[in-house]
Write a protein that binds this ligand. Structure first.
Ligand SMILES: Nc1ncnc2c1ncn2[C@@H]1O[C@H](COP(=O)(O)OP(=O)(O)OP(=O)(O)O)[C@@H](O)[C@H]1O
Ligand SMILES: [Mg+2]
Length: 223
């Protein structure tokens, strides 16, 4: 089990109110499989992903990566070395070109600039970004292209755990299928664990396991 959540509880506390989002989430994820997380808007899917990604810690319960609780890790290292995230809103760095965005996680890991650049171009080609867009800024790319650059950047993390929040949300059916097939290949051929939050029924059909977020808990079962 690469990732496990045990009795995870999480609320957002603001000055004015408290939103109880996760009320005891229990689930596990293995390498070599693609998982779907589905559920209504506002049910807590992005929240659970941010706990898995080590962006926040649960108030109760534990998130375990290969048996180690995220609460006992240096989260910065966990995020750099163990997990890749494709965000719902891409979060590309606006002042870096496509290639530089994809190079970024590799440079953080200490790769030489030239090697990082060559690999970045390959990862961009893998997600069908035309070379004419390699050296442009995100603001000049279409929504679907930005999404695919964000996916290439996640591939460049080269971690075995990949989290994706609506990765096909801005893509047409053809590009969406290509991306899902690419993510499936990572699981099957490279033993990745891929976890995808999605509303897309065509995507859900291709998942090995589907969890539904309902009333603050994740329940296993297709559809
Ligand atoms: N920073 C925050 N502060 C307060 N409440 C928040 C915050 N972020 C999210 N919430 C609330 O927590 C709940 C869960 O949000 P979350 O983003 O996890 O839902 P989601 O399932 O990803 O929804 P969607 O499908 O629309 O992306 C929502 O009610 C949301 O308004
Ligand atoms: Mg969300």
């Amino acid at each position: 089990m690469i990732l496990e959540l045990k009795d995870v509880v999480f609320s957002y506390n603001t000055r004015w109110n408290r939103v109880d989002v996760l009320k005891g989430v229990n689930c596990g994820f293995e390498r070599g499989k693609v998982y779907g997380i589905v559920g209504k808007s506002g049910s807590g899917k992005s929240t659970v992903l941010s706990l898995m990604a080590g962006i926040t810690l649960p108030q109760e319960g534990v998130v375990l990566h290969e048996g180690v609780p995220t609460s006992e890790m240096k989260l910065q290292e966990y995020r750099r070395d163990k997990v890749a995230v494709i965000y719902q809103s891409f979060r590309l760095l606006p002042l870096l070109t496509s290639v530089e965005n994809v190079m970024y996680p590799m440079e953080l890991r200490g790769l030489k600039k030239k090697e990082a650049q060559e690999k970045a171009e390959q990862y961009l080609a893998d997600v069908d970004i035309p070379s004419s867009a390699f050296y442009r800024f995100p603001a000049t790319l279409s929504g679907g292209e930005q999404q695919r650059v964000a996916i290439a950047r996640a591939l460049a993390c080269e971690t075995h755990l990949l989290l994706a929040d609506e990765p096909t949300g801005n893509l047409d059916a053809e590009n969406s299928e290509k991306i899902i097939d690419l993510l499936r290949r990572l699981a099957v051929e490279r033993d990745y664990c891929v976890i995808i939050v999605t509303h897309d029924v065509d995507v859900i059909d291709k998942m090995d396991v589907v969890y539904r977020m309902h009333d603050g808990r994740l329940v296993e079962g297709k559809r």
